[in-house]
Write a protein that binds this ligand. Sequence first.
Ligand code: FES
Length: 118
Amino acid sequence: MPTVSVKEKNKDGLVSEEVEVVLEVQVGETLYDEIAAHGHKLPHGCLSGSCGACRMVVLKGEQFLSPPSEKEIQTLKNIFSNYRQKFGDSFIENKIIRLSCQSKFIDEDGDLEIVPAP
Ligand code: FES
């Protein structure tokens, strides 16, 4: 069964290696729903792929997620545009950002590491 490691950021905004929840998830369900089913709430808003509040940085295992839908791609474009305006291009270099309310696990054996995005 695939696992998801949900990391947190410390007060300095850095990914903490100490605060981590590791969960087993079902293939084919959204990450948000699977993580919530284990009692761990991620940031969220619309839960329909439009607002971007559920954005997460994928630290490892992005290949185990379903490809983004057109709706998710459009929302991610808006998120990246906002990041560029606020923090500059370097902020998003080499970052993989997905929406937890839209991303589904597609591999029985994959492991994923995520942290809620700023
Ligand atoms: S909660 Fe709004 S896009 Fe995921």
